[in-house]
Ligand binder design. Structure first.
Ligand SMILES: [Zn+2]
Length: 268
């Protein structure tokens, strides 16, 4: 896909890395038409930099921002920072994981774009990964969610880096922002932002209920639960399903809700 404009000074390009977890590919956003933040440059693949150059066009990139350190979002970041002469901006954990220098971002930080009347508010939203940030473009209330919320399907919460309790807290926090639009790291932008966020939370609560039902019915192992809760799985998603069950079991264990003697077959 060629670079496209979404309004509010935001442009998007999709990387050439489609797959069961990446959907149609990782989305990189240019936020700002003149003075811009380039968010999640994407995987380091052939043609990747050409896409970014097209996306950026005549804009001045002030920051290369990252939602988290996963390589399908961040691998091209060092080259993008060099190409556009802009420093990285990411959570301290993301910078440490990548072994890169940059501006450490956390709750309350703000990145101005264009003439400064628009800006990105930084939100710590751990859960998909411990280092995940979201960014809310103000005053439009457009929410850039990285892998915390996707445009289609559900996201991966895989322990130990992913954690269901913090994930649910992050979803609640995003719901309370009442965003106008979700611009995810994978999948299309979503206009019914509140509906999508509620669906994400309900999906997790429903999954937890299914797992508790499976436990009550005597499922005695992680694999038995997985087969009961995900009876039919698309090829390539078995390990993601197992990780999800593991995340829910850890969340139940934190609250003392696992049956005594339940053997998860290793650390949760
Ligand atoms: Zn990720």
């Amino acid at each position: 896909m060629a670079a496209g404009e979404l309004g509010e000074g935001v442009g998007v390009v999709v990387a050439d890395n489609p797959g069961p977890l990446t959907l149609d590919g990782t989305r990189c956003y240019r936020i700002g038409a003149r003075r811009a933040v380039l968010l999640d440059p994407g995987p380091d693949r052939a043609g990747g930099m050409d896409r970014l150059l097209e996306l950026v066009g005549e804009a001045d990139v002030e920051w290369v921002g990252l939602t988290h350190a996963h390589h399908d979002h961040a691998a091209l970041a060092p080259r993008a920072a060099e190409e556009f002469g802009a420093p990285l901006a990411a959570s301290p954990q993301t910078l440490a994981r990548l072994g890169l220098e940059g501006r450490p971002l956390g709750d309350g930080d703000r990145l101005e774009v264009d003439d400064g009347s628009a800006y990105l508010d930084v939100l710590e939203t751990p859960g998909h990964s411990a280092d995940s940030l979201s960014f809310c473009l103000q005053p439009a209330r457009w929410l850039f969610t990285g892998d915390t919320v996707l445009g289609e399907g559900s996201t991966l919460v895989a322990p130990p880096d992913g954690e269901m309790s913090s994930y649910l807290a992050s979803l609640s926090r995003l719901i309370s922002l009442r965003p106008e639009r979700i611009l995810p790291g994978h999948g299309p932008p979503v206009a019914e932002a509140g509906t999508l966020l509620e669906a994400y939370r309900n999906h997790r609560l429903e999954r937890e209920r299914q797992i508790r039902d499976a436990l009550e019915a005597g499922a005695g192992s992680l694999d038995a639960i997985r087969r009961r809760v995900y009876p039919e799985l698309e090829a390539g998603l078995a390990s993601a399903a197992e990780a999800s069950v593991r995340a829910h079991l850890a969340h139940l264990a934190e609250r003392g809700l696992l049956p005594p003697g339940f053997d998860a077959g290793g650390e949760l």
